[in-house]
Design a protein around this ligand. Sequence first.
Ligand code: GLN
Length: 545
Amino acid sequence: MTKYVFITGGVVSGIGKGIVASSLGRLLKSHGLQISLLKLDPYINLDPGTMSPYQHGEVFVTEDGAETDLDLGHYERFTDVNLSRRSNLTTGAIYLKVIQKERRGDYLSGTVQVVPHITNAIKDHIKGAASPETDVVITEIGGTVGDIESLPFIEAIRQVRKDFGRDNVLYLHVTWIPYIKAVGELKTKPSQHSVMELRRNGIHPDILVCRTETDLDAGIREKLSVFCDIDKEAVIQCEDVKSIYEVPFMLEKEGLAKQVLQRLKLEPPRQELDWEGWDAWVAHLKKPQQTLKIGLVGKYVQLPDAYLSVTESLRHAAAVRDTDVEIKWIHADEEMEGPEIAAHLEGLDGILVPGGFGVRGVEGKIAAIHYARTRQIPFLGLCLGLQCAVIEYARNVCGLEGAHSAEFAPDAPHLVVDIMPAQRDLENMGGTMRLGAYPCKLREDSQLYKLYGSELIFERHRHRYEVNNDYRENLERNGLMISGTSPDGYLVETIELSGHPYFVATQFHPEFRSRPNRPSPCFQGLIDACLALRASSKTEQKVLS
Ligand code: GLN
């Protein structure tokens, strides 16, 4: 029988429920259990695909092409399990389903209500998250207990314990224990209230995970245990740490997995944890020998969550080389187009232009790419980053003045990036974007082939536009290497330049597949090129002195 863990959050948002869910997933998987994760989001949008990154942070794309909440990125990175479109459910999606059923007449002209129709639809979805092999489904409920929006989800998960049985369902509440400086004390009252609120809704949490700045002493643990009515050993401390990747280790020390296994009466295949290389990787992460400075030129740089998978991928690749990454957030605004550009980009070890939509900042990105190309600075372009690199090359090397993308300037004289006829067919069929994993065939003489160590790779996509095939011959004749294409050769997937320390851009988003113990080859190539340049400039300095 599959077991279910439900994770709710109390007191305030942003206390890292997603990291707790991911860490628990990591621990249970390390015990040899088959796990699955699910995020229930209380907003009405069908998915976060149309939300501004300022609202919601990054949109994470799954293998099967779902545009999902960024927490799914954490889930995948921590557990190394590929999730699917079933792994993220919003209020909007549930209502749509129920209303469609109502229109079809499935409810036999009865009154359709939140309870039981919406709650049943939520429960059906939760049950569907498990395959016959799944041992544990971990479900995170977005928002904070007490929000009006999350009530149907809370009611559905309350009912699940009755449906599945007491031993098969566990409630874990993540809460915050604020430290009040003026009195020098940790305060448990907000947690007591949020547990009370949960109990008012019929849920009695089994485990309390407490986010805290400082150590919870025995007295505080006792207090939480008594007032929240939670066993003392089930009061788990989750102290602030430098890196999120240390959290599973900390929760293991606190006995989280043991508590979950005992309460769910689960006998794991392995008592000893198999960290699958995580322990070694975190050891590297904690002792960096040097720091690389990478410039990230984007539109949403005020909100680093908008580029979460990108920055994590940089960290994955750097840590295996005992290196830390300092990210310089560079706003691709008008300033980037003028002579001030050098002030922004000077002294960087590498430049990264991530994905994006809309014209704002595009000229700044193109200018940054020109700088990276001509000054021999390692560069990685992702999706829009590739499209901007092609525009830059077309304008400045191929002499195609006014080259642009149909997304930004449909009347430009040279649309080197456009919607390809095959994509138009896709649009006519109702799909508007190339989403999810697609194969890419790499040229044997390319840098990426060497980095991936294979000819056929699969990476995830999220875009509408492609390199225009009418200009491929011209670009290649002028030295741009089209190093990867769709297996039929029709769509450009990657470009690179020889004679440059590292100039690579991809139409796909390699950041969605990067894992701490398996960094993305594209990012590894960038980090390694930056380190090689550093090493050679040091040798040069030595020779000179
Ligand atoms: N806006 C571009 C497109 O739709 C790039 C998208 C992206 O960077 N993800 O093709």
